[in-house]
Design a protein around this ligand. Structure first.
Ligand code: C2E
Ligand code: CA
Ligand code: CA
Length: 780
């Protein structure tokens, strides 16, 4: 209950009010009470004196009456003659006159002779009163008679000698006291006590009571308080032989206070009205303060829940308005900061395009919002910009960002509504819907052609953009957004590896990669344990008709898996850097093998495959030079086969390496020519000596007219550039003859010889019928 500020404030005010007002009321009460008590005390004291005088007056009255009787002749006669009947009738007469007071006659011997009430007989208990009366005339004295404090009046009867006494006895309570109560201005109650002081003292504080008891003289008069009454206790003068008698006058204080009832009612009424007004006022005030505070607290709770509300400081004072303004500014600040953070979290800082996280979020929404059953499916195309590194090197990093943004804009323009995000530095992701995989593939194909048609303008440059696209779909390839993104990227890698323009995600090859890591560590070990070896494949010189060189091909004989194809482990070794050691091993071994050929009488050229990684290594040329020196092999005996894509990765470094190797005198050969995208202009700039037409063009050479045209024009092209031309993948005699016809310089293939051991090659070279296969032209 006290947790609410408004309750606390109004309670505090009320308590403060009571704290100030209650003592004031109490003080007034105490002053009034003191005043009232003083008044009563004075009144009681005055009344005590009045009582004495009333008692004296009554005593005088009774003394007179007694005297009158005592002097009455008939009465004296009757008493002297002991005429009891007359005496009694005279007494009765008198009793009627003096108002019910008991009258009796006591004989000279002290015995009661007659009693108007007919009660007593025997001796009169106060002979000293009788004696005083005999000496001084009528005497009045207070004494206890029959257990009741009474005013006793005695008058001697002489006839002429003492005949007895006329005695009146009147209970004090009936006479003077009653008269007193009638006279007093206040409602007095008088009480007489005959049984000692103990009874009177009842209720009087101990110390004073004791003092009063011990000192009878101090007991003249005492005023005290007992049970809500003020009491005056007065010791009465009694006959010496009587027990003491006290008079107590009681006056209830409440009766006096009653006069102040109106005042009290007014004060209490005033207090209640004041308190009510105060509580209402303070409640209203505090509600006015707490209402805006509560509004702020509500707003804070809503902001915690992510709802950025503004508060209105209605009714609050200037301070509250200031607080609300500050609060609103703070909320606005938090809100804009959060928007900025969210933007950063979901956008690529380079290009401002949506990033991978945003893509995943969008895909999740698409997947969750997709209707179950057949209908539209969700696809993600990972579109990689081909040769991005080269382009970036040419136009600079800043412009490369602009380029990616332009590519994204163009993709968005092709199919408005598709979601485009940046997946990696060179790839964009496009999320879209299509009825099935074929439709999705068609959309991808359309997009690729659209790019091929027109270049993208960056500043004043036009850049030719080719896209390689990996495609993955939900639900056929992925269950959720994360998987979809990963698989589209794997599909992109697969498309790039296959140098196909586009590819759908292939679960088979993904499964293969799972085993890759294990394979890699085994390769490292296999290299140390001598599980790798070189196979040699002869190269036939088509003009001379003899084998003048061999290509060294890596072989790995795994103790459990058996032979592992180089295509399976070389890309892995390239990715991890193990390729450096592997290449060095191959080079050293190949040069050793060259020495062995020479010793056997065949000074063959030896060719080694060099991967992009090695070419990008600035120390590679020096390594080759030192190996050549240490093995004492002529540089021109060594041919390095480099794929065109390898020469284009980090082109600046690759160029420098190639130039150094050329200066060294090593023969450089472009491997797999025709599969890459290199333009003639680009080839021209490479410092190479030889072109090796990819086997995919040669394998069907004798059956496929197109291939024949392609191979022939490539041979011419190579020659025009001043290069030697090699054809690999020659599997039949017809192809071999065609190549000779086209003027090709060298041929390599299963038809000439499969990759085999060096010993087998030496043996075939030494055979009396060296190469039974000879080109037709050479034969003719
Ligand atoms: P590559 O340089 O194009 O090597 C030629 C491949 O074609 C070899 O496969 C060879 O066995 C095969 N081949 C030769 N003649 C014919 C033929 O008439 N028909 C057919 N169908 N195939 C033929 P291999 O030995 O499996 O090598 C595959 C690839 O592995 C090589 O392609 C080369 O790129 C790479 N490679 C091999 N050894 C090394 C190496 O020591 N270092 C590097 N970096 N790569 C290597
Ligand atoms: Ca090769
Ligand atoms: Ca090749």
């Amino acid at each position: 209950m006290f947790r609410r500020l408004s309750t606390r404030i109004s309670t505090l005010y009320t308590v403060l009010f009571l704290a100030v007002f209650a003592p004031a009321v109490l003080l007034v009460y105490l002053v009034i009470l003191g005043e009232v008590k003083t008044t009563i005390r004075d009144e009681l004291a005055a009344n005590g004196g009045v009582f004495d005088r009333l008692l004296d007056a009554r005593a005088d009255q009774l003394k007179q009456s007694a005297d009158v009787l005592s002097r009455d002749f008939g009465f004296r006669e009757a008493l002297a003659t002991r005429d009891r009947a007359t005496v009694e009738s005279a007494l009765m007469n008198l009793t009627g006159r003096i108002g019910g007071t008991r009258a009796l006659v006591v004989g000279p011997d002290g015995d009661v002779i007659a009693d108007a009430s007919g009660v007593s007989d025997g001796g009169f208990p106060y002979p000293d009163i009788l004696r005083d009366a005999e000496d001084t005339g009528a005497t009045a004295e207070v004494a206890v008679l029959d257990g009741v404090p009474q005013l006793i009046v005695a008058s001697p009867v002489f006839a002429p000698t003492l005949q007895g006494w006329t005695v009146f006895a009147e209970p004090l309570a009936d006479g003077a006291a009653r008269e007193l109560a009638g006279l007093a201005p206040i409602a007095l109650r008088a009480q007489f006590q005959a049984d000692g002081m103990a009874g009177v003292m009842h209720g009087i504080p101990n110390s004073r009571a004791l003092r009063l008891l011990n000192d009878r003289t101090a007991l003249a008069e005492f005023v005290g308080e007992r049970g809500g009454e003020l009491v005056l206790i007065k010791s009465l003068d009694v006959s010496d032989s009587s027990p003491p008698v006290t008079l107590s006058l009681n006056y209830p204080i409440a009766a006096s206070l009653a006069r102040y009832r109106h005042l009290a009612a007014a004060v209490i009424g005033f207090a209640l009205a004041g308190m009510g007004a105060l509580m209402t006022g303070s409640w209203l005030l505090s509600a006015g303060v707490t209402r805006p505070i509560r509004a702020l607290a509500d707003a804070v709770a809503r902001i915690q829940a992510g709802d950025y509300v503004q508060v209105e400081a209605k009714g609050g004072g200037e301070e509250v308005r200031g607080l609300a303004d500050g609060f609103n500014a703070m909320v606005e600040g938090i809100n804009s900061r959060e928007r900025r953070i969210t933007h950063l979290a979901l956008h690529d800082p380079d290009t401002g395009l949506a990033n991978r996280a945003a893509l995943q979020r969008h895909l999740t929404d698409m997947i969750e919002g997709a209707a179950p059953g057949p209908g539209e499916r969700i696809y993600l195309a990972a579109a990689g910009v081909d040769r991005f590194a080269t382009i970036r090197a040419a136009i600079g990093h800043g412009q490369a960002g602009v380029l990616m943004r332009e590519v994204a804009r163009k993709l968005e323009g092709l199919r408005p509504g598709d979601f485009v995000a940046r997946l990696s530095s060179s790839a964009l992701g496009v999320a879209f819907r299509a009825p099935d995989a074929a439709a999705a593939a068609a959309i991808v194909a359309q997009a690729r052609t659209a790019f091929e048609r027109d270049p993208i303008a960056i500043g004043s440059n036009a850049v030719d953009i080719h896209l390689t696209v990996g495609l993955a779909g939900c639900p056929e390839h992925a269950e959720n957004a994360l998987q979809l993104v990963e698989r589209a990227q794997i599909a992109l890698d697969q498309a790039r590896a296959a140098t196909a323009g586009a590819a759908s995600f292939d679960p088979e090859s993904e499964r293969a990669t799972a085993g890759n890591l294990a394979l890699l560590s085994e390769l490292r070990r296999g290299l140390e344990l001598g599980e790798v070896a070189l196979a040699h494949q002869p190269k036939l010189d088509l003009r001379k008709g003899e084998v003048t060189g061999v290509e060294c091909l890596l072989r790995w004989i795994h103790p459990v898996r058996g032979p592992v194809a180089p295509d399976a482990f070389i890309p892995l070794a390239e990715e991890t850097g193990l390729i450096g050691a592997l290449t060095e091993w191959v080079l050293a071994r190949a040069l050793d093998d060259q020495r062995r050929y020479a010793k056997a009488g065949h000074d063959l050229r030896i060719a080694v495959n060099i991967s992009a990684r090695s070419l990008a290594n600035p120390g590679f040329a020096d390594l080759v030079a030192s190996l050549l020196r240490s093995r004492n092999v002529e540089p021109e005996r060594l041919t390095l086969e480099i794929t065109e894509t390898a020469a284009m990765e980090r082109p600046d470094v690759a160029f420098a390496t190639l130039e150094k190797l050329q200066r060294l005198g090593v023969i450089l050969s472009i491997d797999d020519y025709g599969t890459g995208l290199s333009s003639l202009a680009y080839l021209k700039r490479l410092p190479v000596h030889e072109l090796k037409i990819d086997k995919s063009f040669v394998l069907n050479l004798s059956k496929d007219k197109n291939d024949a045209v392609l191979v022939r024009s490539t041979i011419d092209l190579g020659h025009n550039l001043g290069l030697k031309v090699v054809a690999e993948g020659v599997e039949d005699q017809a192809s071999l003859e065609l190549l000779a016809l086209f003027g090709c310089d060298y041929a390599q293939g299963f038809h000439i010889g499969r990759p085999t051991t060096q010993d087998a090659v030496i043996k075939s070279l030494a055979s009396p019928e060296p190469m039974r296969l000879r080109p037709r032209r050479a034969a003719s």
